[in-house]
Structures are given as structure tokens and as C-alpha cells.
Design a protein around this ligand. Structure first.
Ligand code: MLT
Ligand code: ZN
Length: 472
């Protein structure tokens, strides 16, 4: 980068003092990722207030050859928004682009800016009588731009697909500062390459998403949530099968948790309680929902669970009787990542396999990890209904966290060998980020990686957008 002082001056003149943070006390929080794996340095955090300001900031950085790391809620699990340690990369925060521009309950669409937190977006949709079905544990902090840039998945993928499936249009600032306004809200639009999907999941390496048109759904009129204790991942899968047989369209979420995962939540998260007298080896959280009136999902839930209890597929089950109970059951699931963070260093394997292979994945990966490092604590959990398991492993109790993390590649490789064998993917919903580009040649090498590289160099020939992420 040439003339940093000149660049900061030009950026301050364009964005105003509130739009450029340079004091390390102000920039520090942007330089550490949620998992605290990366501790970078930056000369400036830019906080543009609208799309034009994002475009100007990107153009000025491009003219000065300065690399940019786009950042939303900074909740990436793979260092997707982490800045490098050499202090050469500028962070561009989208937080001030925080308007819901429009909601149309007839079209069932929402035009929303990148910096709106996902939870606020869900609430705005609900206020308009609609459902924005994307739901992830970090939704209080994660922002729309990041959620789209990483094609987040989450709890409701089993029914509505991933972030990608909810996007009708995007507005993007390109690496040279041009703005592409692709905010179309059409369900049918066969006019060439589907450019919006190029940016969704590109992890900020091709352009910066500043706004999007999202697809909304009817709000559920009825919701039924149950927590079930099961003896094995196989039983959890068989129970999923029974819910599918009963009414597949009603399954809103189907989440798996291990006994250890629940124990860690109870131990580390104040206010969480288990509604059963004793701990079980595994658990399932199932949510049924429907926009249809008079569906009586509570009875449907009771019927499936009564049969499962009788067949000893489920050893215990509780159906929430109020909104507060629904929230309390979901909290046991949503606090998994935070509980693990408090329990020590952990290695996250965000993997997917065909749904039918989930039990085999869990058994084999548990054996492989325990063989590699006796005392390691395996905490598989996540979205069984779509085949995405977070096969997270926590350091052995009392072990040295740094020494454990030094073995992260060895652990991830051991799990990934099994995932490959089961025709799965090494990254299901967290993306590649800074943590996993080294895996790309083995998993996506040859023609596929070559195509990705050609797209990158066509759009960002100088490699200024989110360098060091996604592509090796
Ligand atoms: C979740 O589903 O809670 C997160 O994606 C999981 C994680 O911590 O790996
Ligand atoms: Zn997840």
C-alpha cells in the first residue's frame, strides 16, 4: 500500500470522522474474531453510512492498493472477517447500513441493508406479519451482509434451505468501487448468469454486499417444540424418520445434541436447566410449525412421541407448553457454542454428510478423535435434519489449550477423512474463511478451484478484497 496517511486523509474527508476509526482503543474489538483464534492489526476501521460511501471508500482503497476486509457482526467461526497480523489491511464495517428499506407482505419480500442484525431483520418481518426463516445461534450479532456473504445455514435449513435460497436480489459494491444494483424481486428472471448467487457465499472475496431482497414466508400460526432424550444417534435418526413419515412439511427444525454438550451448557451458562431428572446420552430438539389454521401440531407431536416412547426409541420427552418454555428449550441448543468456548479450547468441524449417514459419522469420528487424543471431549451437535453436524471437540480437562489447538489440523484431518468417505463436505455452513483454505485443493481442486480462481481474478484482479480467505 502506498501513502497510508494520504489514504486515511481522503477517507476521512469522504466519510467524516465518525466513518474512520484509527485509535487502537477503537479498532481493537474489530481485530479479534469471536473464537479468539486470530489477533490482527489494522490501520483503520471504516464505517460508511450508506452504499455510496461504501463505494467511495472501496474506490479510494483500490486507488491506493489497500486491501479491505469486509466485516459484519464478526461472528465467523472460521476467521472469515479476521484481519491480518501485519497491519496492512483496512476493515470495512457495514454496521451503519442498518435500515430495513421496505417490506412487502403481498410480494413477501424484504429489502434490507447489510448491517441489520439477523434478529432485527426477523423481528421486522414478524411485525409485518411475515416470517424470515433464517435462524442461527449468533443471530443477535450476525448481520445480513455477513450471513449472505457466507451463505449461512442454521436451524431451519431442513425446511427453507440456506441463506442462498432466500435471496432474490443483491446490491453489491465491486472491488473497483462500482455499484451493481441487482435488487430485483422476481421469482423468475432468466436473463443470463445468476450473478447474485456468485456473491452469496463468496465470503467477501468478490464484492461487498450492501443490501439484498430476501424472500419471506407466511408466519406459523402454530408451533410445537419438544426435547427428547434418546440413547443413540441412530435412535435420533429413526425419530427424524418418524416425524417425516407423519408430516414432513411441518418439520421446522430437527437438532441433535450430545449428553456432554448439554452438560457443558448446564455447567457454564447460568439459568439453563434440563427438564429431565437424569442425563441421557443424546438429545433431539424438534420444532414443528405450520401457517395452517387448526392443524393441532401439539397432538401430532404427542402422537409421534408416544409411539416412540413405547418403542423405546425415546427414553424421555417434554413438549413445551408456553412461549417461555419454547425459549428455554431452544436456549439449551443455542448456548452450545458459548458453553464450549467457556469450557476451553475447541476445534470445530462444521461438516455435512447425507442425512442417513449422520450416525455413522458421529460414531466413527468419535472413535477417531478419542484414538488420536485420549481425554478429548467430543461434542457433536447441530442440524441433523439437513445432515450438518458440528463435530466439535473440546480440549481434555486440565490440558494446555494452546498445545491442543496446535493439533487442530491433525484433528480436522482425522474427521474429514471420515466425512470424505461418507460423501460429505468439510464445510457445511461456516464457510472456508481463513481457517480452511488449505483444504480447498484436496476437496475442490482441479477444474473447480481453477474456475474459482478465474472468477476471482476477473472481478478482483489485484486481490484487494478479503485476501487470504477462501482461496488457498
Ligand atoms: C451452531 O449451529 O450453533 C453453530 O453453527 C455451531 C458451532 O459452534 O460450531
Ligand atoms: Zn450451526
Amino acid at each position: 500500500m502506498h501513502d497510508l496517511i494520504g489514504l486515511i486523509g481522503a477517507l476521512t474527508a469522504r466519510l467524516g470522522p465518525a466513518g474512520v476509526l484509527i485509535d487502537p482503543a477503537d479498532t481493537e474489538a474489530y481485530c479479534e474474531d469471536w473464537r479468539r483464534l486470530y489477533h490482527g492489526r489494522t490501520p483503520a476501521v471504516l464505517r460508511p453510512a450508506n452504499t455510496d460511501e461504501v463505494a467511495s471508500a472501496v474506490r479510494l482503497c483500490a486507488e491506493h492498493g489497500a486491501a479491505i476486509v469486509p466485516q459484519g457482526g464478526n461472528t465467523s467461526m472460521v476467521g472469515g472477517a479476521a484481519v491480518s497480523e501485519d497491519g496492512s489491511q483496512i476493515i470495512l464495517s457495514l454496521s451503519r447500513l442498518n435500515r430495513v428499506r421496505e417490506i412487502d407482505p403481498l410480494d413477501m419480500t424484504m429489502v434490507i441493508e447489510a448491517g441489520v442484525p439477523l434478529k432485527a431483520a426477523q423481528e421486522a418481518a414478524a411485525d409485518a406479519g411475515c416470517l424470515l426463516p433464517l435462524s442461527i445461534s449468533s443471530e443477535g450479532s450476525a448481520q445480513i451482509g455477513g450471513v449472505l456473504a457466507t451463505n449461512a445455514g442454521g436451524n431451519n435449513t431442513v425446511r427453507y434451505g440456506n441463506a442462498r435460497d432466500l435471496v432474490l436480489g443483491v446490491e453489491v459494491v465491486l472491488p473497483d468501487g462500482q455499484v451493481w444494483n441487482g435488487l430485483r424481486r422476481l421469482h423468475k428472471d432468466n436473463t443470463g448468469y445468476c450473478l447474485r448467487q456468485l456473491f452469496v457465499g463468496s465470503e467477501g472475496t468478490l464484492g461487498i454486499i450492501t443490501a439484498a431482497v430476501l424472500k419471506l414466508y407466511p408466519r406459523p400460526r402454530e408451533t410445537a417444540v419438544a426435547l427428547c432424550a434418546v440413547s443413540s444417534p441412530d435412535a435420533a435418526l429413526e425419530l427424524f424418520n418418524r416425524f417425516q413419515q407423519n408430516d414432513a412439511a411441518a418439520i421446522q427444525a430437527y437438532e441433535f445434541m450430545s449428553g456432554l454438550g448439554i452438560e457443558l451448557v448446564l455447567q457454564h451458562i447460568p439459568g439453563c436447566t434440563l427438564p429431565f431428572a437424569k442425563l441421557a446420552p443424546q438429545y433431539v430438539l424438534v420444532e414443528l410449525a405450520t401457517p395452517r389454521a387448526g392443524a393441532d401440531l401439539h397432538s401430532a407431536m404427542e402422537t409421534v412421541l408416544a409411539a416412540a416412547l413405547e418403542d423405546a426409541l425415546v427414553s424421555d420427552a417434554v413438549i413445551a407448553e408456553s412461549g417461555a418454555q419454547i425459549a428455554a428449550l431452544w436456549r439449551l441448543r443455542e448456548e452450545h457454542s458459548e458453553a464450549q468456548r467457556r469450557a476451553g479450547a475447541s476445534v470445530k468441524n462444521d461438516v455435512s454428510v447425507p442425512v442417513s449417514k449422520v450416525p455413522e459419522l458421529i460414531w466413527r469420528a468419535t472413535m477417531a478423535c478419542e484414538h488420536l487424543l485420549p481425554g478429548i471431549r467430543c461434542v457433536p451437535f447441530g442440524h441433523l435434519g439437513d445432515g450438518n453436524i458440528h463435530f466439535n471437540v473440546v480440549q481434555p480437562e486440565g490440558a494446555d489449550g494452546a498445545a491442543f489447538l496446535a493439533r487442530d489440523h491433525e484433528i480436522m484431518d482425522a474427521v474429514n477423512d471420515i466425512v470424505r468417505d461418507l460423501d460429505g463436505s468439510f464445510s457445511a455452513e461456516h464457510g472456508v474463511g481463513r481457517l480452511k483454505p488449505y483444504m480447498m485443493p484436496e476437496w475442490r481442486g482441479g477444474v473447480e478451484l481453477d474456475l474459482m480462481r478465474r472468477i476471482k481474478s476477473a472481478l478482483d484482479p489485484h486481490g484487494l478484497l478479503n485476501p487470504g480467505k477462501l482461496l488457498p
